[in-house]
Ligand binder design. Structure first.
Ligand code: PXP
Length: 244
């Protein structure tokens, strides 16, 4: 069965709306773990728009599962990761004006920096994943750069407007997974996934973990964190979305 990583950034987004103390992302992480999450993902953005440095520090002290730290490939972020030691770093492209991560990394263009940062993180015994579009050249470049995992950007699949577009995006993901698997890369996937569109991706056995944020937190606002996470675990386990 595929694993579930819960991205709790939006708990911090709500807190930062008032720059106060509530809701507490670390509490949300603990509830997600109690409800069956296999890991917690946070994105420490350069502009600190949601997750703050103290969230990462506290999460490192309290998390019972694994921490996947999403971050831009910069010296500042690598230094923070080597200090706090998440279990995995996922490098993502970052633009200040974007609402959320909009595309995968251009691994070839950034291969020197990425290679250097991957080596440093490996010396710190941190696994490294690269967030890439479902594209075979990006997988090959990720392998060359020495990363352990890819995380496939599922945004285009999630946003497909009709069956034909969805089929095309699904096939791109499927083919990318097969190549990554041949290259012995670990495979995660995420972005834009919800209680319904995840089902088709569950057919791809090689996907180890799904990283899901917005849809779980949106549901948690209505029904609570534990229930929202349990519902997603159930979809992953059964491949069935009930009429939620
Ligand atoms: N994976 C990566 C690399 C991301 O940047 C994000 C969004 O922060 C997610 C997964 C989760 O996406 P969503 O919030 O749409 O589920």
């Amino acid at each position: 069965m595929a694993k579930l990583g819960v991205n709790i950034d939006h708990i911090a987004t709500l807190r930062q709306a008032r720059r106060g103390q509530e809701p507490e992302p670390v509490t949300a992480a603990a509830l997600a773990e109690m409800a069956g999450a296999d890991g917690i993902t946070i994105h420490l953005r350069e502009d600190r728009r949601h997750i703050q440095d103290r969230d990462l520090r506290l999460l490192r002290e309290t998390a019972r599962t694994r921490i996947n730290l999403e971050m831009a490939p910069t010296q500042e972020m690598v230094k923070i990761a080597l200090d706090i030691k998440p279990d995995m770093v996922t490098f993502v492209p970052e633009k200040r004006e974007e609402l959320t991560t909009e595309g995968g990394l251009e691994v070839k263009l950034a291969k020197e920096d990425l290679g250097k940062y991957i080596r440093l993180l490996h010396e710190g015994e941190i696994l490294v994943s690269l967030f890439i579009d479902p594209d075979i050249d990006q997988v090959k470049a990720t392998h060359k750069a020495g990363a352990d995992y890819i995380e496939i950007h599922t945004g285009r699949y999630a946003e497909a407007r009709n069956k034909r577009e969805e089929d095309r995006e699904f096939n791109d993901i499927f083919n990318t997974v097969k190549i990554a698997s041949k290259l012995h890369l670990g495979i995660n996937a995420g972005h834009g996934l919800d209680y319904w569109n995840i089902k088709r991706l569950l057919q791809i056995d090689e996907i180890e973990e799904f990283n899901i944020g917005h849809s779980i937190i949106a549901r948690a606002v209505m029904v609570g964190m534990e229930r929202a996470v349990k519902d997603m675990v159930e979809v992953i386990k059964t491949g069935v979305s009930k009429n939620f």
